[in-house]
Design a protein around this ligand. Structure first.
Ligand code: SF4
Length: 346
């Protein structure tokens, strides 16, 4: 019987790679991401009736889709689960009661520029205001990044805050996408964290290894390998179709660098709102060496109400999922409730 493993996938990649031109650097891919509604609709071969909604939504929150991610979408299919995550729709301009700009009340938990302290023992550092992909359901789609993009001098205030609070043992690099920052900046920031004795863990929340797998390059692995901190990376993958061979290779390189890999997903109407799709995602994640961690219900952010799956439906779906998977492949269904000291299980 042939078994599928990251190791034999990589062997196949190497064979294919010898015939194909090498992929562009992650920086070039990032700079060349699709940022125009017309280009996205053309690239995916969509009917012209999708363009007005894309233009309207783009004016509220700009389109950004790396080519490597678009290449995993089915051309001509407006219901493709990857396209649904990035294609603006008319619905984004509807006002829905309860859907607001800051659904997690993060503005109340910012003791310094670039720093969010919501939970005991850990803090979030906004290491980059930019993302490689703009996800339409993002709870930070209205986040004031301009006020939270510290210079090196301004980072000192956040670092002093960490130094003064010995109960904090984990620093979480967030954003935006923290890996959109360059390795010189990230290496500097991690070095500052290493110099704070009570910080023992570095967690990185990122979508970049998924949407541009070439981000996991030697420069990044250099500072990851060199740090004394325990390393956890929480990927953000919502559908098995996002995990192609290049993503598997990126995950393997991260694991070889001693990084614990977890995944969080958001339960999204029209993307992953059935148990077969979620079971395939968990299986594919495990094939890539990643453990399912959280399945979040949607945060009620303005412009994203059309993605919502009601709680009772979410619970039924998870019950059905439990019948299909071993326990270790089950993500925890949670909601983030502002003011609570941890995620709330549903
Ligand atoms: S912060 Fe994450 S979810 Fe939000 S747009 Fe960026 S990559 Fe997508």
């Amino acid at each position: 019987m042939i078994t599928r493993s990251p190791a034999n996938v990589q062997t196949k990649t190497q064979v294919v790679a010898s015939d194909a031109p090498p992929p562009a650097s992650w920086q070039r891919q990032l700079a060349g991401a699709i940022r125009d509604p017309l280009e996205l609709c053309r690239r995916l071969g969509l009917e012209p009736n999708w363009l007005p909604g894309a233009v309207q939504g783009h004016a509220l929150f700009e389109i950004r889709v790396p080519e490597a991610f678009a290449a995993r979408m089915r051309p001509g299919d407006p219901l493709d689960p990857l396209l649904r995550q990035v294609l603006p729709l008319n619905e984004e301009s509807l006002v829905t009661p309860g859907y607001i700009n800051d659904p997690l009340a993060e503005a109340e938990h910012r003791p310094a520029s670039g720093l969010i302290h919501k939970y005991p023992g850990r803090v979030l550092l906004i290491a980059s205001p930019a993302c490689a992909v703009n996800c339409r359901y993002c709870f930070r789609r209205h986040f004031p990044y301009a006020e939270n993009s510290p210079s090196r001098a301004e980072w000192q205030q956040a670092l002093d805050y960490l130094r003064d609070d010995t109960s904090i043992n984990e620093a979480i690099l967030s954003g935006g996408d923290p890996l959109a920052a360059n390795d010189r900046q990230l290496g500097w920031l991690v070095e500052q964290l290493e110099n704070i004795p009570h910080i023992k863990r570095l967690r990185i929340h990122t979508r970049l290894p998924v949407v541009i797998p070439e981000r996991i390059d030697d420069a990044l692995l250099g500072w990851l390998n060199g740090t004394r901190l325990q390393k956890v990376m929480v990927l953000h993958i919502n559908h098995a179709q996002e995990i192609d061979t290049a993503v598997v290779v990126a995950c393997k390189r991260l694991k070889e660098a001693g990084v614990t890999l977890l995944n969080q997903s958001v339960l999204l109407r029209g993307v992953n709102d059935d148990s077969d799709t979620l079971a395939s995602l968990s299986e594919r994640l495990f094939d890539a060496g990643v453990l399912p961690y959280y399945l979040h219900v949607l945060d009620p952010v303005a412009g994203a109400a059309h993605f919502d799956v009601p709680d009772n439906e979410a619970r039924e779906l998870v019950t059905s999922l439990r019948a299909k998977l071993p326990g270790f492949l089950m993500p925890r269904l949670v909601r983030e409730v502002p003011g609570k000291a941890s995620k709330t299980p549903l």
